[in-house]
Design a protein around this ligand. Structure first.
Ligand code: ZN
Length: 83
């Protein structure tokens, strides 16, 4: 495989993998709290303690993937446009 073909194929494969990931599991763990639902704090002894509810996901622990969100937008647009 030539370097040019590789340069074209590689991002394509990554995109396909990401699209497949979005299709299989449209929701990912919240990046801010890593799926805990609340902000982790360390107390004076250095132990992890649950803090306030995560501001990003509001305690839902999950967030919709960017790719899935875009897909939903496109699907809605298509549905509204073809009616
Ligand atoms: Zn969160």
């Amino acid at each position: 495989m030539t370097p040019t073909a590789l340069a074209i194929a590689f991002p394509l494969i990554v995109t396909l993998c990401y699209a497949a990931l979005c299709a299989i599991s449209p929701f990912g763990n919240c990046r801010k709290c890593r799926g805990f639902g609340y902000a982790l704090k360390t107390d004076r002894r250095g132990r992890l303690r649950p803090g306030k509810t995560c501001r990003r996901c509001h305690g839902d622990r999950k967030r919709i993937r960017v790719g899935r969100h875009l897909f939903n937008l496109a699907a809605r647009l298509h549905r509204d446009g073809t009616r």
